[in-house]
Design a protein around this ligand. Structure first.
Ligand code: F0G
Length: 284
């Protein structure tokens, strides 16, 4: 066992959102996961998953990604002194995330095909070469990401009534369900919000057609579907009304709340930083 692997992930701000609250008719709070070391919530899970891989003496880690998992795995592998192999759907990953992978010195392989194809190859590589797969099928990822729910309970002094977050593969939704169960302070209603245009959405982070955790998400959360026009509208509103600049996919929680109109204390998780996807700003 070496030192605990950390880059200072977690402990992110929970920011009151008075103008969004007024627009949406409920008490809105924003969990700002863009404040993590590589700019997304993935760091919570990667600290645990890559840390355990290093402790076990793994020869390296591998993942498929729409970008944020890649950026996070690359940074934590660098920190742990492990090689990382990163499989990305060619041409579908935002610029800031690619830059992060290159900066950390990970081995980047572009796969002709969808995220699902890259995910299949990552599992194969793990089997064939003994690399540890650090996608969210690795339970260490879910365990690490569950810390966000426990933090929210501490920050609010109790569980909120509703938590709304983006739904890509569904790992993070599972992590929140688990985290609130562990916090033992009552479980909020969880809105897991997907784009109606899963295959082509402007939120490239959640451009996933077949979510790996679909069964668990449908059992434990309410799935809400929003059109990309709503994602864009609320992405802009979050930045212009509250001053937090997230990436487009991260606006899904707020867009879902705008559709469902729940009452009470509502936490929307802003999963990733806006600087990761500078080209998307042309759509503002
Ligand atoms: N928000 C952002 C910014 C993401 O990067 C992701 C997933 C999600 C939300 C959805 O989380 O998949 O657990 O339901 N990104 C993965 C990646 C797929 O490769 O970075 P989920």
């Amino acid at each position: 066992m070496g030192m605990k692997l950390t880059l200072g992930e977690g402990g992110t701000p929970l920011v009151a959102a008075p103008r969004l609250s007024e627009r949406l008719g409920c008490d809105v709070w924003l969990k700002w996961e863009g404040a993590n070391p590589t700019g997304s919530f993935k760091d919570r899970g990667m600290a645990v998953a890559v840390g355990r891989a290093a402790d076990r003496g793994a020869p390296g880690v591998v993942c498929a990604s729409t970008g944020n998992t890649a950026a996070s795995a690359s940074a934590y592998a660098a920190r742990a002194g492990l090689p990382a192999v990163i499989l990305l759907p060619a041409g579908a990953v935002a610029r800031g995330k690619l830059v992060q992978v290159v900066a950390a010195g990970a081995e980047l392989r572009e796969v002709e095909g969808t995220f699902e194809e890259a995910h299949r190859r990552a599992r194969e590589l793990a089997d064939d070469e003994g690399l540890v797969n650090v996608n969210s099928i690795n339970p260490d990822r879910i365990e690490g990401q569950a810390s966000a729910a426990r933090e929210i309970v501490e920050q609010l002094g109790g569980a909120p009534d509703v938590v709304a977050l983006p739904y890509g593969g569904g790992g993070n939704t599972c992590a929140y369900v688990r985290g609130f169960a562990e916090a033992d302070s009552g479980s909020p209603r969880i809105l897991s919000v997907q784009s109606a245009e899963r295959a082509t959405t402007i939120g490239s982070a959640i451009r996933i057609v077949s979510p790996v955790h679909r069964e668990q998400v449908e059992a434990a959360a309410e799935v809400v579907t929003v059109p990309d026009a709503d994602l864009l509208e609320w992405w802009s509103a979050i930045a212009r009304l509250e001053g937090l600049f997230c990436e487009p996919a991260s606006a899904a929680g707020v867009a879902g709340v705008a559709q469902v109109r729940p009452r009470g204390r509502v936490v929307c998780v802003l999963t990733g930083h806006g600087l990761k996807d500078p080209d998307a700003v042309e759509r503002l």
